[in-house]
Design a protein around this ligand. Structure first.
Ligand SMILES: Cc1cc2nc3c(=O)[nH]c(=O)nc-3n(C[C@H](O)[C@H](O)[C@H](O)COP(=O)(O)OP(=O)(O)OC[C@H]3O[C@@H](n4cnc5c(N)ncnc54)[C@H](O)[C@@H]3O)c2cc1C
Length: 413
């Protein structure tokens, strides 16, 4: 990167987006000595990074597992930095629930065949009742010893704190657009004014494609809206809970989804009977969408999820709240009477092949992207940020082709 002095003291890197990816990138860049300005158009965690279900969990897509492993290591460092984030010592465990023990066994066998290291086991209703008395008494489960519940926005806020501590400047309420001219990034435009920077990183989740290509031609990331309800359960289950027959719940047909993402419907890519990928192959149209149950409890708040509604517009919250609570009470009866703390929606930034786009934007020098983490961003985003930071600083081996932003061509034609 050229010296900041060449640009009259402008930052080395302008980061667009104050979610988990943008804040982690700002902290890592600043830690490497770069001068950083992060622009966030609303508030930190205003998108999915502040409104997710809140579990750091191992993905089932092999291409994402290294990102998860490094993210856990980065979270341990974040924890040690005293910036206000704690991952917890031991995984809470994930229960993939179904009334049929045959389904639970099929999911466990599937996972054991594909990921023997995971230690998936089938539990009948009596086992489940002993393990989690708050659950409805007729549920079998596949148990997988993974999943660290965290307050949904905790990592994003902590990375922002760390970034500022390291000298990064965070500008909230500032929408920024990459400024490109003569084949290179000149900085960002804020309120129509050019703010120069040596490099620009677009980490704006589902809004990233529109920032890179306002014509609408380049759209490798789509939106899949998740509505969740925050409840205050008296004695919440300790496990992360998900509905096992996810595809059926979502109306996409398959009998056994082999679920198991941090966000229900996130599937077990590569597992025998499971569809490949972290979301339904054909998300149902908004009108047909049904909730798929999940429950994650962190810091006393139990988040009941979730919906999978495609499209640009945020779904209405009131109708979904009723459906989510009704459906959730089938799994955890106390949900029916639990005090409600809030209802919220956010968009999963889902790439066409369900893997993030990382690295240099082809055809424009100094322009980078890190976006498209779908239902896995809290579990993989910091490692993605580290990879792209290394690319920006010119100190990295190449990003794996499966994750390289260039696989979808250039937004600049
Ligand atoms: C219901 C639900 C539950 C989920 N649960 C989990 C989970 O348990 N575990 C997990 O790992 N993942 C989960 N996810 C996925 C995870 O939340 C996302 O993958 C992740 O938050 C995406 O982070 P991001 O930083 O890429 O994008 P975002 O969080 O969307 O952040 C992008 C930011 O960019 C800002 N922005 C947009 N345009 C501009 C602009 N022009 N200028 C400045 N700023 C701009 C936005 O305001 C936003 O704050 C869940 C998602 C949903 C929807």
């Amino acid at each position: 990167m050229s010296a900041a002095a060449d640009r009259g003291g402008a930052p080395d890197v302008a980061v667009v987006g104050g979610g988990i990816v943008g804040t982690a990138a700002a902290a890592i860049l600043a830690g490497a000595g770069a001068r950083v300005v992060l622009y966030e158009r609303e508030a930190l965690g205003a998108g999915a990074s502040g409104r997710n279900s809140g579990v750091v969990q191992r993905p089932f897509d092999p291409a994402l597992v290294p990102l998860y492993v490094e993210t856990v290591a980065l979270y341990r460092e974040l924890e040690a930095s005293g910036a206000g984030f704690a991952l917890g010592g031991r995984a809470a465990g994930l229960l993939l629930l179904d009334p049929s023990v045959a389904v639970a066994r099929a999911v466990a066998a599937d996972l054991a065949a594909t990921f023997p290291d995971l230690g998936a086991e089938a539990l009948d209703a009596a086992d489940v009742a002993r393990l989690e008395p708050a659950l409805a008494p007729d549920l079998a489960a596949c148990r997988v010893p993974i999943g660290f519940p965290v307050p949904p926005s905790a990592a994003t806020y902590a990375y922002a704190t760390l970034a500022e501590r390291r000298g990064a400047v965070i500008r909230l309420g500032r929408a920024a657009v990459p400024a490109v001219g003569g084949g290179r990034a000149a900085g960002v435009r804020v309120d129509g004014r050019l703010e120069p920077a040596g490099a620009v990183l677009v980490a704006a989740g589902p809004w990233s494609p529109a920032l890179l290509d306002p014509t609408g031609r380049w759209r490798p990331i789509t939106r899949l809206w998740g509505v969740v309800v925050e409840t205050l359960l008296g004695t919440p289950p300790g496990h992360v809970l998900e509905e096992a027959a996810m595809d059926e719940a979502l109306g996409t047909g398959a009998a056994v989804a082999g679920a198991g993402g941090p966000d229900p419907g996130s599937g077990t890519a590569g597992a025998g009977t499971a569809r490949p990928g972290p979301i339904p192959a054909s998300p149902p149209a908004a009108a047909d969408a049904r909730p798929a149950f999940s429950l994650v409890t962190a810091a006393g708040v139990s988040v009941v999820g979730s919906t999978f509604v495609p499209g640009d517009a945020e779904p209405g919250l009131a109708a979904w709240e009723v459906r989510l609570l009704e459906h959730g009470a089938r799994f955890v009866p106390a949900i029916a009477d639990a005090p409600i703390r809030g209802v919220r929606a956010c968009a999963r930034p889902v790439a066409l092949d369900e893997r993030p786009l990382l690295g240099a934007v082809p055809g424009v020098e100094g322009l980078y992207v890190a976006a498209g983490h779908g239902p896995w961003g809290i579990s993989t985003g910091p490692a993605s940020a580290r990879l792209v930071v290394d690319a920006i600083l010119g100190r990295a081996p190449a990003i794996a082709p499966a994750l390289d932003a260039a696989r979808f061509g250039s937004p600049f034609g």
